[in-house]
Design a protein around this ligand. Sequence first.
Ligand code: PSU
Ligand code: MN
Length: 330
Amino acid sequence: MASSSSSAAVSRLNNLRRHLDSNLNAIKVKIAAEVSEALSLGRPVVALESTIISHGMPYPQNLETAKQVEAIVRENGAIPATIAILDGTPCVGLSVEELERLATLGTKAQKTARRDIAHVVASSGNGATTVSASMFLASMVGIPVFVTGGIGGVHRHGEQTMDISSDLTELGRTPVAVICAGVKSILDIPRTLEYLETQGVCVAAYKTNEFPAFFTESSGCKVSCRVDTPEDCARLIEANIKLNLGTGVLIAVPIPREHSTSGHIIESAIQKALKEARENNIIGNAETPFLLARVNELTGGASLASNIALVKNNALVGAKIATALAQLRE
Ligand code: PSU
Ligand code: MN
């Protein structure tokens, strides 16, 4: 009896220490009250990015999806913490009004990857954070689980352009678990996995041996680690943290079969969009948003419907993982 109550006290102190440590950072991060409370009590929190809202989907589907994703996280026992930079202040946990603001700003918000954070803060700008910047801020405040649709990767012809998303290097340097549906085939999937290996990132696939390709369940690429339950994921994440590896973990959840877009339709739309991007010299951080929007147009909205369905599924799985991790730490 005495030992179980003292271990509960130690666990409470550890939660408080993690929370206080995160508050010692010099830059002011605005943490929503419910997120702050959950973190100090060791309750499950799921971090979410915001480039998917501003640049990844059109209005009003972006706003609807952002709200529904937060609701799914709550229904599955965790507190959602959408991350963005508003008027120069990094925010972890947004109000409905703040979500609306980002959704209506759309591409007028600055797409903010790690390299852009200091600039957006210094210029009091509005930044929609990508996976890399959101992971950085989630880690700063002590959130170990983060959900998105798909991460950036090595672009096709990346061996010539060196266009490799900073999401991959962030996974190599920041201990946050990223739940996603894999990588879109607008990117070079085998090279993306090679690069993650170089960065020392554990890539796990959920209920499959294969890395998923976002719109479809399979990419033809095998992964070295398979997880079958939220508890498996929680044990993996906790081991990664306790080993002090310093790297993130990527957990790839295949799109539910009933929502996957036909691989053939997607592939031909991707080929056309890639050709147009090359012809119009669309490069750098403009490439991903261009390809996403164009593939959606070319598929008559089918890719957007799939995208929304998979993000919701990731939110469901991510909330269960965050809950299992909180239980493991009790
Ligand atoms: N892939 C998607 N939807 C998205 C993104 C990627 O299916 O919205 C966004 C994410 O925010 C990701 C970013 O972190 O694009 C990667 O951009 P880049 O390739 O410029 O690094
Ligand atoms: Mn890039």
